[in-house]
Design a protein around this ligand. Structure first.
Ligand SMILES: C[S@@+](CC[C@H](N)C(=O)[O-])C[C@H]1O[C@@H](n2cnc3c(N)ncnc32)[C@H](O)[C@@H]1O
Length: 275
């Protein structure tokens, strides 16, 4: 991936790349499906609810909302992702746009879901203010975020291997910490400021599924943005060492079943009500 000038630029270039879009949809399929069910339940999706699925990606959350018979608007800035979402959730209404500058009228929706999208907002406070604007009073928000450094699972292992083995002079453009809202104190303060109440955080035990232990490296290298930028800047030897370290963890700690290795990828789901 070429050098990126700003965080926003990096995120946009990454997610609009059809190879990254496909890599994310395939690599994170099991985890995102498990989490999508929690998000749909948290916003009490049902026949009389009009729900915005923000950062819809490959449409996995939109599909869960549709299964609950909600009417769904699915927004993403990536055409490549929207093409995948149209296959997953064909009866949603699709909008290409920026989550931080939405064109919807105030109080348009009963609920908003954001599956793993918040960490990609260059300005999370502005993102939450936009969500609050388009939600009706009493409307529900639910979003998910991966647990990062120090967590027991794939992302924790990646942070550990990267910190120990990688050339850390390779930097990302300045941007928000992807895992900051796993901190309940911070998320409560940020959402309260944006106009939410009844704010809860809940651990969600999701998992990734890979065919072979060394494939876990490819999940991050081919299906993410920040991680792909950092990994692509490493030498072949370093990439090989990180791959081997992750594979060893999967071999030791993954659950081997007929369909492959199931690997923990814990995340946190936050839900809140618009005041
Ligand atoms: C990690 S994927 C999440 C996909 C899906 N919601 C899920 O639960 O797995 C993040 C998605 O957010 C989209 N995205 C990131 N920043 C965005 C923004 N500012 N506006 C709209 N979409 C954005 C990306 O294109 C990508 O499809």
């Amino acid at each position: 991936m070429p050098n990126q000038s700003t965080f926003e630029d990096m995120e946009f270039k990454g997610w609009t790349d059809p190879k990254i879009a496909r890599g994310y949809a395939d690599g994170f399929a099991t985890a995102t499906r498990l989490t999508a069910r929690h998000l749909a339940a948290a916003v009490v999706a049902g026949p009389d609810t009009h729900i915005l699925d923000l950062c819809t990606g490959h449409g996995i959350v939109a599909a869960e909302l549709l299964a609950a018979r909600a009417s769904v608007v699915a927004l993403d800035f990536s055409e490549a992702m929207l093409a995948l979402a149209k296959e997953t959730a064909p009866s949603a209404t699709f909008v290409q746009g920026n989550a931080l500058e939405m064109t919807f009228a105030d109080q348009s929706f009963d609920a908003v879901t954001v599956g793993f999208g918040v960490p990609h907002f260059p300005d999370p406070a502005r993102g939450f203010a936009e969500i609050a604007r388009v939600l009706r009073p009493g409307g529900r928000l639910a979003f998910s975020i991966w647990c990062g450094q120090g967590s027991a699972g794939a992302l924790g292992w990646l942070f550990e291997a990267y910190g120990r083995l990688a050339d850390t002079s390779i930097k990302l453009p300045d941007g928000p910490d992807a895992h900051q809202f796993t901190d309940h104190g911070l998320v409560r303060e940020t959402l309260t400021t944006a106009g939410f109440e009844d704010i809860t955080s809940q651990d969600v035990p999701s998992e990734l599924l890979v065919k072979s232990p060394s494939d876990i490296f490819d999940v991050f290298d081919k299906g993410a943005v920040r991680a792909a930028v950092l990994l692509s800047g490493q030498s072949e030897d370093t990439r090989g060492a990180i791959r081997a370290s992750l594979a060893e963890r999967v071999q030791m700690l993954g659950r081997h079943e007929a369909d492959g290795y199931h690997v923990q990828a814990p995340c946190v789901m936050v839900s809140a009500t618009r005041c």
